[in-house]
Design a protein. Structure first.
Length: 79
């Protein structure tokens, strides 16, 4: 291995959006992730929308899903 051309391989702290943290090794000191095996629907068996860009909420607003009768009327008036 040549000297001085490889990045440092250090102990890393990985932090999930749900608050779970663990240590591993990487070339980065800190890694932040949005979802891990503790909170992912595939591993937990619970239904949860995994949406970071707001696409689910945008779809629900567009078609009035998940809104009451009064809120649906207001959503149609805004469009």
């Amino acid at each position: 291995m040549k000297e001085g051309i490889h990045p440092k391989y250090v102990e890393t702290t990985v932090t999930c959006g749900c608050g779970e943290t663990w240590k591993t090794r990487s070339t980065r000191e800190k890694i932040a992730i949005e979802i891990c095996s503790k909170c992912h629907p595939f591993f937990t068996g619970k239904q949860r929308y995994v949406d970071t860009a707001g696409r689910v909420e945008k779809f629900q607003r567009k078609y009035g899903w998940g809104l009451g009768k009064d809120a649906k009327g207001q959503a149609d008036e805004k469009s």
